[in-house]
Design a protein around this ligand. Structure first.
Ligand code: KG4
Ligand code: ZN
Length: 354
């Protein structure tokens, strides 16, 4: 089955074509037009600007994804080389996300669904992140635990099968990615904060092997609590207080960035390991934009493999927002016949996964 995925929930305009056969999904094209350079000067995503950019980008991005995949839409005159590659469904992120951004994707999918007479599948953005782990993978054994960490969410999800989710815990305040973004702003490292903190932290790792002094210590919030909830707003405040007390903080940026990254990663890994043990899962997965973090990737892999569990994480290009993950989630939803009539397709700004 060949599916077109569309993603516009935040600041990336993305389209992708995937082909699903049995349990395996192959990516035929993956086009992402990022607005990071535009939002950088504001220090974060400006919703009105994002929506306007989506409107400008969506059709060229969709056309490029179809073209690169060698898939003609049903209405187009076909090139002989495209025979056989027939688009069978359109999967679109319907929420959660920024309303005006989401609407560009859903209205586009709606129009294409009507014009091309192709069914549409509404995809939850968090579910799409979970499914980034199923791209080009044969089999993942359930029950699986998924640590979903992005700019908007920090959720531990127990996945008992395709489409079967139980939320074990979430953040009470800031999401992990949001914490990285805010900490980077405090340290004057720019936006997006995750990659900026990582780059700065790496400088300290080099230095620390020479000096071996670590005098900065930040809390590991909620790590000892007997639940699966997170809280990152206090961590950011702890960093702020330490910076205010330290006249030389600008010279020690790398050390602060290093300790901040360690604090977030240790907390996330600690809670995930606890949940994996409690629920006796067979697999552990990492998902969301923060899954691009190299410390988190390495530490979670090591910790889960120590427990003898199968560990999966998406290829780097599928960690931050993209449409291949939307199309992949769409494929598994299509197998469960979860289509939405185009007339009923609507954005769901606060769509809960479970
Ligand atoms: O999934 P995503 O692209 O968008 C949302 O759905 O929110 O995630 C974006 C978030 C941002 O907060 C960004 O700072 C964070 O992911 N991020 C990272 C890294 N790359 C992106 N955080 C830590 N380390 C990274 N390498
Ligand atoms: Zn996302």
């Amino acid at each position: 089955m060949i599916i077109l995925g569309i993603e516009t929930s935040c600041d990336e305009t993305a389209a992708s074509v995937v082909e699903g056969v049995g349990n395996k999904v192959r990516v035929l094209s993956n086009v992402v037009s990022s607005q990071i350079e535009i939002h950088k000067k504001y220090g974060g995503v400006v919703p009105e600007v994002a929506a306007r950019e989506h409107v400008l980008n969506i059709l060229p991005v969709v056309n490029e994804a179809l073209e690169r995949a060698g898939v003609a839409h049903p209405g187009a005159a076909r090139h002989p080389s495209q025979e056989g590659n027939k688009l069978e469904a359109i999967a679109v992120t319907a929420g959660p996300g920024l309303i005006t951004s989401l609407q560009v994707g859903t209205e586009t999918a709606k129009t294409m669904s009507y014009a091309w007479q192709v069914p549409v599948i509404a995809v939850n953005h968090i579910e799409a992140h979970l499914y980034s782990n199923f791209i080009e993978r044969e089999k993942i054994e359930f029950p699986a635990l998924v640590l979903t960490v992005s700019g908007g969410h920090t959720i531990l999800v127990l996945m008992n099968g395709h489409g079967k989710y139980q939320i074990l815990g979430e953040t009470r305040d800031d999401a992990a990615g949001e914490a990285f973004d805010k900490a980077a702003a405090l340290l004057g490292l720019g936006y997006p904060g995750g990659p900026a903190i990582s780059r700065e932290a790496a400088k300290w790792q080099v230095k620390s092997s020479k000096f071996k002094v670590k005098s900065i210590s930040l809390p590991r919030p909620m790590l000892e609590k007997n639940n699966f909830e997170f809280s990152f707003s206090g961590l950011k405040t702890a960093l702020l207080y330490q910076l205010q007390k330290d006249k030389n903080w600008k010279k020690r940026k790398a050390e602060y960035a290093y300790e901040f990254e360690q604090a977030v990663a240790e907390t996330l890994v600690g809670k995930t390991v606890k949940a994996a043990k409690k629920y006796g899962v067979k697999s552990v997965m990492l998902a969301g934009g923060v899954a691009a973090n190299s410390v988190l990737r390495a530490d979670l892999k090591e910790a889960t493999e120590k427990l003898g569990l199968n560990f999966f994480m998406p290829d780097l290009k599928y960690t931050t927002d993209n449409a291949a993950m939307v199309a992949t989630a769409g494929y598994f939803l299509a197998r469960q016949k979860k289509f939405t009539p185009w007339k009923k397709l609507a954005t769901r700004v606060n769509w809960e996964l479970a």
